[in-house]
Design a protein around this ligand. Structure first.
Ligand SMILES: [Zn+2]
Length: 483
């Protein structure tokens, strides 16, 4: 049987503000446990929260980037529940009056067409602390320690819409997550590092038999922090739910956990609803009024978003769509390209050399482009040398490898390693004579009008000169002599 699928994410993103959401404690990921804490973020009696304006600004930035309405009047609420990493016994979140609502995010749908996924709301809340169990397995742990460094770090929750253009497949789910992460990094509100828990998701999934009107109950899978696991979990859930429907059963509305080893989801608890949390307005915090000037200032300071940047690169630098897509995937890569492009005429060659050659070296040494040892000045100089045919592509690759190792500039490397191209026609001619003497058969073939063996001779010349000959000049020379 065929099924329609609806997938809906609640994405939690830790904002990279300097300090926490309601106190002056630093947001630092490498601090020793319980170093960055105070009476406010550990919920001591009488301690009062004060809202971090930067976190509000970042929330609005996200709202603008995801085409939301920015609410002029919003409010923080207490979400009441107990957990050892939540010392107050409630989490300060937003309930009926979030900062942003009714947005959308355009992805490429399964049919290859643009698809505008509905975003229901974006709200700001505080993160909880972290439990550290004494063993890898929770069941086998003898005790757990609690670290409150993360307690009250600003956490943005982006809730996708179940009803308005929801995600319809695993592929679309992946595109959605990648795009959200890309945009949040572009607007510099979070580093979104999955391995550090800065970007995590709860995902809801429900299915229905094709042609039937109603979707089944949703199952929610909690706290996924790897794209891989998310996709595996979704795949398993679709299979599990369709098997239940096929055997005439009903899907329970419940919260499930993903077992990363076995790649299956397991029931955790029946899904709680909003009333269970007894939300009420936080009496320690006043309502937030956002004036137009504040929003306008943020709007003005918004950086270019990935789609805009991709279109601009194509228009300004005449590069292919697929290259522009690769170059804008990370903001840092597009910045690197732009820095080089301002010094480089042949931007097509530039994009090709970044994507083909520089990425290869970065991958081999597992480096991000931010840590690239080759500066944009040096890289564009290298591409210029190749464009002007002052060096061949082969030499260019050797020079780039050396630049990558040492960070030196290409001119110095070429001079030092004796990689200067052979300009002197006499030297080139002497090499050609040697090559001809070694390959009399090939020479005869060229003389009777075959053209293919010319390439062979050029190859021999390039080999003998270790790539320092200019292949164009070599061809001219052969043709003058033999054709
Ligand atoms: Zn604090």
């Amino acid at each position: 049987m065929d099924y329609d699928v609806i997938i809906c994410f609640e994405t939690h993103v830790e904002l990279k503000t300097e300090t926490k959401l309601f106190c002056d404690c630093l947001v630092k990921y490498d601090a020793s446990p319980n170093r960055n804490i105070c009476p406010v973020c550990t919920g001591q009696p009488g301690a009062l929260p004060v809202l971090n304006k930067k976190a509000v600004e970042y929330s609005i930035r996200a709202g603008l980037a995801l085409n939301c309405t920015i609410n002029r009047h919003s409010r923080f609420a207490r979400k009441n529940y107990f957990y050892p990493d939540l010392p107050k016994g409630y989490q300060i979140s937003q309930y009926e009056m979030p900062f942003c609502e009714n947005g959308c995010l355009e992805i490429t749908g399964d049919d290859g067409q643009p698809y505008s996924v509905g975003i229901k709301r974006i709200h700001l809340e505080e993160d909880a602390g972290k439990l550290v169990h004494s063993s890898d397995s929770f069941e086998e742990s003898e005790y757990s320690l609690v670290d409150y460094n993360r307690s009250s770090v600003p956490l943005l929750e982006i809730v996708a819409d179940h009803e308005r253009n929801p995600l319809r497949s695993i592929q679309e789910a992946r595109s959605y997550l990648e795009k959200i992460r890309q945009i949040l990094k572009y607007i510099e509100i979070s580093d979104c590092m999955l391995e550090k828990g800065q970007f995590r998701c709860d995902v809801n999934i429900s299915i229905r038999q094709k042609g039937s009107r109603e979707f089944g109950n949703r199952a929610e899978i909690k706290n996924m922090a790897s794209f891989r696991f998310m996709m595996d979990a979704l795949e398993y859930e679709i299979k599990r739910q369709s098997e239940i429907l096929e055997s005439g059963g009903q899907i329970d509305q419940e919260t499930r956990l993903f077992d990363e080893q076995k790649k299956i989801t397991l029931p955790m608890r029946s899904k709680e609803d909003a009333p269970d949390y007894r939300y009420f307005p936080d009496p320690d915090l006043v309502d937030v009024k956002i004036d137009q000037d504040f929003v306008t200032d943020i709007e003005r300071s918004m950086p270019e978003l990935p789609d805009q940047k991709q279109n601009r690169l194509m228009a300004d630098y005449d590069i292919r769509e697929e290259d522009a897509l690769i170059l804008t995937r990370d903001r840092e890569v597009s910045d690197y390209f732009a820095a080089c492009a301002s010094l480089c005429k042949d931007t097509k060659k530039l994009s090709h050399w970044i994507i083909k050659e520089l990425f290869k070296l970065l991958n081999q040494s597992s480096l991000l482009i931010e840590k690239c040892p080759v500066s944009p000045q040096h890289f564009s100089r290298l591409v210029n040398l190749i464009s002007k045919e002052e060096i061949t592509e082969t030499i260019g690759r050797t020079v780039l490898e050396e630049m990558f190792k040492t960070g030196a500039n290409p001119d110095d490397i070429i001079a030092e390693k004796g990689l200067k191209p052979i300009q002197d026609p006499d030297i080139l001619e002497r090499v050609l004579d040697e090559v001809m003497a070694e390959n009399p058969d090939v020479v005869d073939q060229i003389k009777v009008g075959e053209t293919k063996p010319i390439d062979f001779l050029i190859g021999q010349i390039m080999r003998k000169t270790r790539g320092k000959a200019n292949p164009k000049k070599a061809r001219e020379l052969i043709e003058n002599k033999l054709v």
